[in-house]
Design a protein around this ligand. Sequence first.
Ligand SMILES: [Zn+2]
Length: 335
Amino acid sequence: MDEINSNIENIKNTFTKSINDAKSTYELENLYLDFFSKKSGKITLLIKKLADLNIEEKKKLGPVINQLQNEFKLKIDQRKKEIKDLDLKNQSLDFTYPLKAKSCGYLHPLTQTVREIDSFFRYYGYSVVEGPEIETEEYNFRKLNLPKGHPATDLQDSLYIKGDILLRPHTSSVEARILTDYKPPIKVVIPGKCFRNETPNSTNASFFHQYQGVAVDKDINLQHLKGILQEFHKFLFGEDIKLRFRYKYYPEVSPGMGVDMKCKFCNGKGCPVCKYRGWIEVLGSGMIHYNTLKMCGIDPEKYTGFAFGMGLDRLVMQKFGIDDIRKLYGGIIYK
Ligand SMILES: [Zn+2]
């Protein structure tokens, strides 16, 4: 009996010390096992010892041990809660802090490509500009050396809105605006949407995207144009590209220059991609026509300039492996 009593005192002291020292839930779990495990728990062993006592002693000590059990279990639970609260406090968690919006999706392939090309031209000192998509004939044709009745204005197959107002058929209209509104030196690139009167199919839409470049300054010549175009195509398609420059007529430039790139798929031998020509036409360009400069208010005796323009849609389709232009601009997401 005395032995058990002193045992109880020891257990109480051990428990009080252990519970105060416990710093984690893990330690408390171990503490629980230390006292209540079925085989060697201190309280379990104490209960087993009760069996050796006489009935009077059992009546006396039974309730004491019971109370001890309940008290210990309660204290362990309380301590667990305290530790949990303390952990939360130390982590300085702010549950009201707004979460960052989850990003999903990507930029449109066309936007990605335009940004990539913009970065190239910005590096060479060009500014990126935009202009109105609804334009007058004045900026669409007249200032670009296309007088009224010029066959090229018919070729554009334009979408007229009212009178001489139409949806621009090319980004050259912005070139005319820039040349009219600014004084040389001018170095700009113009990405933009253009429109034409066409029934959409797999390769043509009623709108398309052009990328135009214009530079005007003293002593600008064809070599400057060829130089920037070479560098640009290397940037876009790799160092080993080969360009071919040939004469081509465009009314707003003189001389006009068509630019072909040696087909990368067949290395000039001919394949379905280049339609067995070995070369792919990539853009139109030339020295800005004397009349264009003059009509835009720039002295053609003093300044010269070049312009180039390319279609972006086919470029984007090639780059991203998109085989139908309707997929490029449709609302349906294809896998
Ligand atoms: Zn080819």
